[in-house]
Design a protein around this ligand. Structure first.
Ligand SMILES: Nc1ncnc2c1ncn2[C@@H]1O[C@H](COP(=O)(O)OP(=O)(O)OP(=O)(O)O)[C@@H](O)[C@H]1O
Ligand SMILES: [Mg+2]
Length: 214
């Protein structure tokens, strides 16, 4: 199974969410991370994890998009591969989109997020035409101001597009989210029962259900 955190916009939380889901899923199914982030954020995070004496997550790197496509072609249901894609449009990221069983696209409530999502929809549209099927991503509200209640035009845009489906769990802006990754830990390993931990648990349960992983 392949799950990809995908958005051509940078800094939306792809690596943060990929990391937390990978640590949680690794407890119930063999889990690998494919690090396509040019800054190799999760490879660095995993090295910090090893320094702390914790069980590392299996990391994969590919030199070409063709190698990634080959890996994806041999994918099995016994292993979960989580792809952390870079924040830009590339051959690598397009292969990841096409190969995925589930796409998650984090967005926040910042001023340019609607524009970013409109651009991403164009990419999904053109890939859908090439593939001859509608490619859909699950949009995740992440890094949202804790006091914000209404998402207004962003929700209207998401609900009006055949390429987007809105995930119900919302991840709010929590300082623990940044700090935990900085120590090579998931939010649960960093501060269990915190609000961030509860929100991430809701997301984990939702994704488990969609992928039908027990
Ligand atoms: N829910 C959250 N609460 C607080 N901070 C967050 C949250 N999600 C992400 N961040 C912070 O936002 C920044 C960007 O997150 P991250 O690196 O995961 O984004 P990205 O989409 O992977 O970026 P890039 O496209 O550059 O790879 C980081 O500093 C991260 O700690
Ligand atoms: Mg990243």
């Amino acid at each position: 199974m392949i799950l990809t955190l995908s958005h051509q916009k940078g800094g939306v939380g792809k690596s943060t969410v990929a990391w937390n889901l990978a640590v949680s899923f690794s407890k119930i199914i063999p889990t690998r991370i494919v690090d396509l982030d040019t800054q190799r954020s999760l490879t660095v995070t995993n090295a910090l994890r090893i320094e702390q004496g914790m069980e590392p997550i299996e990391m994969l790197h590919f030199n070409t998009a063709e190698e990634l496509a080959q890996y994806a072609a041999e994918d099995s249901d016994d292993v979960l591969t989580i792809i952390d894609s870079g924040g830009f449009d590339s051959a690598f990221n397009r292969v990841a989109i096409i190969a995925s069983d589930l796409l998650i696209t984090p967005v926040s409530d910042k001023p340019f997020d609607l524009m970013g999502l409109q651009k991403y929809e164009e990419i999904l549209k053109s890939l859908s035409e090439i593939q001859g099927e509608t490619i859909k991503t699950h949009v995740l509200f992440n890094n949202i101001n804790p006091s914000m209640k209404r998402f207004g035009e962003l929700v209207e845009f998401i609900c009006g597009s055949e390429h987007f489906e809105l995930l119900v769990p919302v991840l709010r802006q929590r300082v623990d989210m940044a700090h935990s990754v900085g120590e090579g830990k998931s939010i649960k390993e960093y501060r269990i029962f915190s609000r961030a931990d509860q929100e991430m648990d809701e997301l984990f349960d939702e994704i488990k259900g969609i992928l039908n992983i027990q």
